[in-house]
Design a protein around this ligand. Structure first.
Ligand code: 16G
Ligand code: MG
Length: 549
């Protein structure tokens, strides 16, 4: 095992010089244009090795992806042993290590870190890693592998796969042979686990109409193809946007983020989606899911993360009652400020709902406080967590009627079809299909659970987004001082108005969200608030949000 000051680290580090750029491990790890990421990947390789040593040789995951970003971007994030996001205190260490300007600086920062974090370098270190389909992936993986070599990691290459499969693998590897075993530690193990549970959940039910699946021309296409084989005729899927090898196609006018932000059907689907048919879109690394359908008048209707949460939470509550467990198992929902006000109302009338700041780690942690925690971001990222004691209760409970027994079995199978490590578009898709099948819902009935309030999201480019600080789960601005009062003054003028402003964690912009009872009012409110934000930063009048110059 090489020491930190060994020549190996030095020589390899010299091969991966840091460009003159400030990096930050943000909400989704490091993410930026791929051409500047080489040194970051090398250093992340070392950091992953150290994280594993710190955790006594448990396997850490590394995923190379930039999700829904354009093809020229890439990124990397670490996965902790239970398949969850990296512990937040290490995000800062990742940032510090990535910004050391020379090899000497880097080794010095590394030595200090190893000392202060009390990492025993003699411990083993294990990492499993994967990448999405971006053309920049292989070179970045090579840099990552140099990092592994530098610190002596026992590294396992999971190849090209989705982010949620990588999370699954991490948990499966670390629980192998234990009572908490998460499944076989291979891609096949993942497909088998999900498809078997799905088949049990829909046993004896009618085969649904084919589902049109937009794979965003990304890694989800491969995974969906494989999953579809395991499902056979239990779920007919029509795969589209599967052009993984076509330059520039990834996330281009397709995929979950396109659907959510433009609130439109991807043009490539316009001749494919038939009235009454269900469609859905994955994002570039298959951890987000957007459903949609065409209503009776042929109008595009989006069924986003909020609609998925409403559908799924209500179904689970029903099963818990059906199993006779409502006194013992409390179901709760976690959302962010971006959740449509109508969804929050629908859910809060039925069960506890909590609002947390944007970003999966916040939702995931909050959901862990419920016996069954359903969390979804409006953008389609989400999952359901069953607490260990709830899973135990489900396996021990003695139902007193055949109906209770059926509901109990459904709940147990749900714990298997759901990827509880992280939001997983393919797993969520199966979950949605199960509920639609059990309820005999088409998209129309699902959509009518509640009616979305019209809403608008606007980006504002500002000189320094760090002056924007929020409280109350990002629903109120505390800085710049006085701006919140002005926003509230505007909001009061709109019926059903709601608006909030927060700095993005992934882009150099400030985001403005607004909703109101009527579409033109939601738009107007969004642009008015954007104008306020813009004025506050003293920008050039020529680039003030256009609608209100
Ligand atoms: C990242 C987050 C996502 C969040 C989004 C917000 C993870 C894995 N992903 O993609 O949850 O919705 O950032 O982006 O945490 P924003 O801060 O730019 O609005
Ligand atoms: Mg993603």
């Amino acid at each position: 095992m090489p020491g930190l000051s060994s020549d190996t680290i030095r020589q390899l580090s010299d091969l991966h010089p840091k460009p003159d750029i400030k990096f930050q491990y943000g909400t989704a790890g490091f993410r930026t244009v791929a051409t500047v990421l080489d040194s970051v990947l090398f250093r992340v390789g070392i950091l992953a090795g150290l994280r594993s040593k710190k955790l006594d040789g448990k396997t850490i995951g590394v995923m190379v992806t930039a999700s829904h970003n354009p093809e020229e971007d890439n990124g990397v994030k670490l996965v902790d042993p239970r398949g969850e996001m990296l512990e937040s205190s290490w995000e800062a260490h990742a940032t510090t290590l990535s910004n050391a300007s020379t090899t000497d600086d880097f080794i010095q920062v590394l030595e200090t870190f190893v000392q202060t974090a009390k990492i025993d370098l003699s411990k083993p270190s294990r990492v499993v890693y994967a990448r999405d389909t971006r053309p920049s992936g292989p070179a970045l993986i090579a840099a990552l592998e140099d990092g592994f070599k530098a610190i002596g990691v026992d590294a396992h290459d999971a190849g090209v796969t989705t982010t949620p499969i990588l999370h699954y693998l991490v948990r499966a590897i670390n629980t192998k042979g234990t009572p908490e075993s998460y499944g076989e530690d291979s891609e096949e193990g993942y497909f088998l686990k999900l498809s078997e549970a799905y088949k049990k959940l829909v046993a004896g039910r009618a085969t649904p109409e084919p589902l049109l699946l937009d794979c965003a021309n990304g890694v989800g296409a491969d995974a969906a193809k494989k999953l579809s084989k395991y499902l056979g005729d239990k779920l007919p899927i029509v795969l589209t946007n599967t052009a993984i090898g076509t330059p520039g196609a990834l996330n281009n006018a397709c995929g979950a983020d396109y659907v959510k932000t433009s609130q439109k059907l991807p043009p490539s689907l316009s001749n494919l989606l038939k009235p009454g048919q269900r469609g859905c879109s994955l994002d570039g690394d298959a951890d987000r899911l957007m459903y949609f359908h065409l209503d009776e008048r042929g109008q595009f209707r989006m069924l986003d993360g909020d609609k998925i949460a409403a559908l799924v939470a209500a179904f689970i509550v029903e099963l818990v009652k059906g199993a006779g467990l409502e006194e013992h198992i409390k179901v709760g929902v976690v959302q962010t400020a971006y959740a449509n006000g109508a969804s929050t109302k629908y859910l809060a009338d039925r069960l506890p709902v909590k609002c947390v700041p944007t970003g999966v780690k916040h939702l995931h942690h909050a959901a862990e406080h419920y016996d069954v925690g359903v969390y979804f971001e409006a953008n389609g990222h989400g999952t359901v967590l069953f607490s260990p004691s709830t899973q135990e209760m489900l396996s021990q409970h003695q139902p007193s009627t055949p109906a209770q027994s059926t509901a109990l079995n459904h709940l147990i199978n749900l714990t298997q079809v759901i990827n509880q490590t992280v939001g997983d578009a393919l797993s969520d898709m199966l979950l949605v299909e199960v509920v639609l099948s059990h309820k005999s819902y088409s998209g129309i009935e699902w959509d009518s659970l509640y009616t979305d309030l019209p809403n608008r999201l606007v980006k504002v480019k500002v000189a320094d987004r760090n002056i924007f600080r929020t409280e109350d789960a990002e629903r109120r601005l505390v800085s710049p001082v006085g701006l919140q009062d002005k926003i509230e003054g505007l909001v009061r003028r709109y019926e059903g108005g709601r608006s909030f402003v927060r700095p993005s964690g992934t882009e150099d912009v400030v985001r403005v969200y607004a909703e109101a009872v009527l579409r033109p009012q939601a738009d107007e409110l969004a642009f008015r608030v954007a104008g306020l934000v813009y004025d506050e930063t003293g920008g050039d009048p020529a680039s003030r949000p256009r609608e209100f110059i």
